[in-house]
Design a protein around this ligand. Structure first.
Ligand SMILES: [Zn+2]
Length: 161
């Protein structure tokens, strides 16, 4: 019996890999083309086999992932970094306004039993939620997590079962 080189851990056009976009489908080589496609979300990718890179070219700048033998890493826009400064900014963006409004509500409490007594607390909660949502949205944009494609494919899978 002849042993073939183990290709299973490398990225090549004959392999089958999890889809980095929808995370539920699988991508594999398209016949007669140097490209890979996902059976679930129908996105098309080109591979750089030497560097083990996968690129999704239908958006600018292109999205790039690197195959580490098990899964995709580094799914973010080329030339953009999400460093610790950004994390501090993100935390401040959520915490500061919430604290400010919370402190104001605490310092000037509404008359107990008045009709709008619930407002300062609700306002504080709303401030937190909205600022938090903005950060989550930015993170999803940055890591290119396609929520809509993901949910659509998930739902289709559930219905088919
Ligand atoms: Zn997919």
């Amino acid at each position: 019996m002849q042993y073939l080189p183990d290709l299973t851990n490398r990225l090549h056009y004959q392999g089958i890999y999890p889809c980095p976009i929808c995370r539920v489908g699988q991508i594999q080589g398209m016949p007669l083309m140097d490209a890979l496609a996902c059976e679930a979300c129908r996105h098309i990718f080109v591979a750089d086999l030497e560097q083990q890179l996968l690129k999704m070219t239908d958006r600018q700048p292109p999205l790039t992932w690197r195959w580490n033998g098990k899964n995709w890493v580094g799914a973010h826009l080329q030339g953009v970094e999400w460093g610790w400064m950004t994390w501090i900014f993100a935390a401040a963006f959520v915490i500061l306004p919430t604290t400010l409004i919370g402190v104001a509500a605490y310092t000037f409490p509404p008359t107990p039993g008045s009709r709008l007594a619930w407002l300062p607390l609700a306002w504080t909660g709303l401030t937190f939620l909205l600022h938090f949502a903005v950060i989550v949205w930015l993170l999803m944009e940055f890591y290119q997590f396609p929520l809509r494609v993901y949910l659509r494919t998930r739902r289709r899978r559930l219905l088919r079962r």
